[in-house]
Write a protein that binds this ligand. Structure first.
Ligand code: ARG
Length: 401
């Protein structure tokens, strides 16, 4: 076994990471430094330090990364239109590389040889953690105890915790595995493992069911400046606050519930429920403004980029040169994505009902069917003649034969 003296552990304070803390300390006789990032997971991080110390941590890091998360991870993904398999806004997938970057920094500062995470061997998150860590520091040792240890169930972990006096709360037992940050919530396990079963209402954490949402629609106006959402209903917002606000308003109207059978990188299909009201609304609004302001070729080409970008993020390649190069392309396209989108939220549905921009390429005088029309209809004759010329040539040849 490798001799390791210091380990930085990604720590949430929950059962898994509490048990891991103790387990690693015993196994390696090493010093354990915990690392917890605030990414807007919606639960207080107050008790974390005390809990980690009680479980045996020598030092505790708690960092508020919400600002960086929203501006350097969520925003580029929004601008890229990144929805994995057309639906998942990638909240969990975007968070992992940032947490890992924070951990690597701490490991370097503290002289730790290793970092550790609590991901299982079946998911995408282990890949995201480890690929990112190696991309930032190829020497770092990565420990993933859950892939190796003998604890096979939650019950065994609880028993282990009790035997070793590890402080854990076993009261609030949820049948689901939930990962949450400000960009969205990922929920799996329990009854959700049967893809035929409708998710029971208790899986949802932040959205009202469409049936119980208000009977009156809510209209909102989102203003973008060069692809960045900056105002809501005429009021300025920092991106973090705007996202939190839209999660509330959207959630209350039942917006952003996603039920997805998805393809994991490790080769299996899984069923995941997502709740992402703000992401759903912002992707819709942003895309709508692009439809108004981007020329056809750029808009269509960008669809290919969106798909590729979402795959890179999902598959743990945030630190890849390709992702960075795609960001440069996307940034270039955003210079004209300035304007306002008006959206109607109603019982789980959100739709655009208006859009305007100083960069709008929509020319009413060209589009209109009234007498204001300035489109030169006679010019279409020659256009169609040349456009169809290859097909006419083929048809003539066929006839000759
Ligand atoms: N399937 C999502 C992803 O790969 C979420 C993974 C974490 N989900 C969870 N319920 N803990 O990004």
């Amino acid at each position: 076994m490798q001799r390791i003296k210091k380990i930085v552990l990604a720590y949430s304070g929950g059962l898994d990471t509490s048990v891991i803390l103790y387990y690693l300390k015993e196994k390696y006789q090493a010093e354990i430094i915990t690392y917890t990032a605030n990414l807007g997971q919606g639960k207080p991080l107050k008790g974390i330090e005390e809990k980690a110390k009680k479980t045996g941590a020598s030092k505790v890091y708690i960092e508020d990364l919400r600002e960086e998360f929203s501006s350097r991870y969520v925003l580029p993904a929004l601008q890229a239109g990144a929805l994995y398999e057309e639906k998942y806004p990638l909240a969990t997938a975007l968070a992992r590389p940032l947490i890992t970057k924070g951990m690597i920094k701490v490991a370097e500062r503290e002289g730790a040889e290793a970092i550790a995470h609590g991901c299982s061997g079946k998911g995408n998150d282990q890949v995201r953690f480890e690929v990112t860590a190696k991309a930032l520091n190829p020497e770092i040792i990565i420990l993933a105890p859950v892939r190796e240890w003998e604890l096979r169930s939650r019950e065994e972990e609880i028993r282990y915790a009790q035997e070793h006096n590890i402080p854990v709360k076993v009261t609030e037992k949820s049948p689901y595995s939930i990962d949450r940050n400000l960009w969205g919530i990922s929920i799996e396990c329990g009854v959700l493992e049967d893809p035929w079963k409708e998710p029971p209402s208790d899986v949802y954490q932040i959205t009202t069911s469409p049936e119980k949402a208000p009977n009156e629609p809510t209209y909102i106006e989102i203003e973008f400046k060069e692809g960045i959402p900056i105002r809501l209903n005429g009021e300025n917002y920092r991106l973090v606050d705007l996202i939190e606000k839209l999660n509330k308003v959207g959630g209350a109207n039942g917006i952003g519930r996603i039920d997805l059978i998805e393809n994991r990188l490790v080769g299996i299909k899984s069923r995941e429920i997502y709740e992402a009201p703000a992401a759903t609304i912002l992707h819709l609004a942003h895309r709508e403004l692009e439809k108004l302001t981007l020329d056809k070729d750029t808009l269509h080409f960008k669809e290919l980029i969106s798909q590729r970008y979402s795959e890179l993020v999902y598959n743990g390649l945030w630190e890849s040169p390709l992702r960075k190069a795609l960001d440069a392309f996307v940034s270039q396209t955003q210079k004209v994505v300035t304007g306002i989108v008006r959206i109607k939220l109603f019982k789980g549905n959100c739709e655009t009902v208006g859009r305007k921009s100083l960069y709008s390429l929509y020319e009413e005088k060209l589009a209109t069917y009234t007498k204001e029309d300035i489109f030169d209809q006679k010019a279409s004759k020659g256009f169609i003649h040349i456009w169809g010329l290859p097909l006419v040539t083929i048809a003539k040849l066929r006839k000759k034969k």
